[in-house]
Write a protein that binds this ligand. Structure first.
Ligand SMILES: Cc1ncc(COP(=O)(O)O)c(C=O)c1O
Length: 480
């Protein structure tokens, strides 16, 4: 049989001929006993030297795919074609024989957006154009220049000592949390922090309580571990503590800035929540993902500052204050969990990338982090105010804005539109280059309350009014 080989470019031609013939043998296009074209003939056909083909054949022979009979030619060996039999071509290697566990069918893959919308109101995205790249580059290259021989050895799963010190100081100053470096474990963002905690704290089949609506990657994460989830309603004062179901020993929550609604857990509810945890011998994961950014109002202290007996596990992330691409976050764990969480981190990826950890430690210690946050706070505050102003003037009849003065997004309930209407509006908006998210998507169970999330991390202040006007037009098209 004349097997098809196509050569593009002129690099590593022998390797390419070898690879394509090997594949043809493996998937049964070249069957056992079949003769390969003579080297001279194939060389002519492919316009390459005979040696190039001979080298490929020698490799195939050395790897056991073919045998050469002097004077007769080169033949495919018996038994090397995967799955072939009865003269039928073998199934392709990329087959369907092995299947993942059922649970993975229900977990979506969040694909990166190929092209950000011109008016990008998606939530949780910081302004990447304003990241201090030069400073970061210098810090990372400073670390590379050190040529520290220790980087040849696996490092501490808990994280770089300087970074843990820096993080402990940082949350002490900015969040009033009394922590030492020993309490900190550096993670690849919140997502890994939750993964470690799920492994350490929950048996498959047990139930974890989550706010409803909630941060969906957290819900998917618990479910991926075979953990059941129970939704707990959220009102204007945050999580409704009285609605926590019985039998639950772990709650994941966002008390400072509820995701996605944006409300803050009131002091009375915080006290009630800690009381619930004591009565039920439960733990609370506090995800404090974006409260570096505050626009007026009294600063809200983390739940962790009220925790007397070590029931609150505090999770921080640098994804909003810096960039999600850094994949850098941390856990503040009570001493009772320290060892187990460090072991889980070791089992997961041994430790987070060291050069980036050290660069971040310097970034925090030198005051760059605080400076960057101050600068971004001013910029985000202007965007936050602009969005509120336009929503008040142009969307008063359509959206009921949920008061919030923290973070990178605002949420609003639809006054009249249904969840289906909002979906149509979201799709229509995408057609005019406006990206928004539907609130209903974050509900624990469909249909969820209709509304929108409007993020302002990724949109310049000067574009907000234009973008929202386009969105308004999409609402108008839906009205009877
Ligand atoms: C509620 C919440 N927690 C955490 C994060 C950050 O996750 P990570 O640190 O894994 O990037 C986000 C990002 O959007 C978020 O919305």
């Amino acid at each position: 049989m004349d097997v098809h080989i196509s050569l593009i470019g002129r690099r590593n031609l022998s390797g390419e001929i070898y690879r394509q013939l090997r594949q043809a043998i493996l998937d049964g296009r070249l069957r056992a006993g079949e003769r390969l074209p003579p080297t001279r003939e194939l060389a002519e056909r492919l316009s390459v030297s005979r040696t190039t083909v001979t080298v490929a054949y020698d490799r195939l022979s050395a790897s056991g795919f073919v045998t050469t009979r002097v004077g007769a030619g080169t033949f495919v060996r018996d038994g090397v074609t995967v799955g072939a039999g009865n003269g039928q071509p073998a199934r392709r290697l990329q087959g369907t024989a092995v299947q993942p566990r059922e649970v993975w069918k229900s977990i979506p893959l969040v694909k990166p957006f190929e092209r950000p919308a011109r008016f990008d109101f998606r939530s949780g995205i910081p302004d990447a154009t304003l990241f201090p790249y030069q400073r970061w580059r210098r810090l990372v290259s400073g670390e590379l220049k050190r040529r520290d021989r220790l980087v040849g050895i696996y490092a501490d799963p808990a994280g770089d000592a300087d970074l843990r010190e820096a993080v402990a100081r940082h949350i002490g100053v900015s969040r009033g949390i009394d922590a030492s470096a020993d309490d900190i474990i550096i993670t690849s963002g919140t997502q890994q922090a939750l993964d470690l905690l799920a492994k350490v704290l929950v048996e498959p089949g047990e139930t974890v309580a989550l706010e409803d609506p909630c941060y969906t990657p957290a819900r998917w994460l618990f479910r991926s571990h075979g953990i059941r989830t129970a939704g707990v309603p959220v009102d204007g004062d945050g999580l409704v503590v009285d609605a926590l179901p019985g039998g639950v020993r772990l709650l994941y929550a966002t008390p400072s800035h509820q995701y996605p609604l944006g409300v803050t857990l009131s002091l009375d509810r915080r006290i009630a929540l800690l009381d619930w945890a004591t009565r039920h011998d439960a733990a609370i994961i506090e995800d404090d993902y974006d409260s570096e950014f505050r626009y007026g109002g009294r600063p809200v202290e983390p739940l962790k500052t009220l925790d007397r007996d070590g029931r609150v596990i505090y999770v921080g992330s640098f994804s909003k204050a810096l960039l999600p691409a850094l994949r850098m976050g941390f856990l503040l764990v009570p001493p009772s969990l320290r060892d187990a969480v460090q072991r889980a981190k070791f089992m997961s990826d041994w430790h987070s990338p060291l050069f980036a950890q050290r660069a971040l430690a310097r970034f925090i210690d030198d005051g760059d982090f605080a400076r960057h946050v101050r600068r971004m706070n001013r910029i985000y505050q202007a965007r936050h105010e602009k969005i509120l102003e336009v929503l008040a003037s142009e969307f008063g009849d359509l959206l009921d804005v949920i008061p919030s003065s923290t973070g990178l997004h605002i949420s609003a309930f639809a006054r009249r539109a249904s969840a289906d209407d909002i979906q149509t509006i979201r799709l229509r908006a995408a057609n005019v280059d406006v990206a928004v998210q539907e609130l209903a998507r974050f509900a624990h169970e469909p249909p969820g309350r209709p509304g929108l999330l409007l993020g302002y991390g990724a949109i310049a202040t000067s574009r907000i009014a234009d973008g929202l006007r386009r969105l308004r037009a999409c609402f108008d098209e839906s009205s009877p």
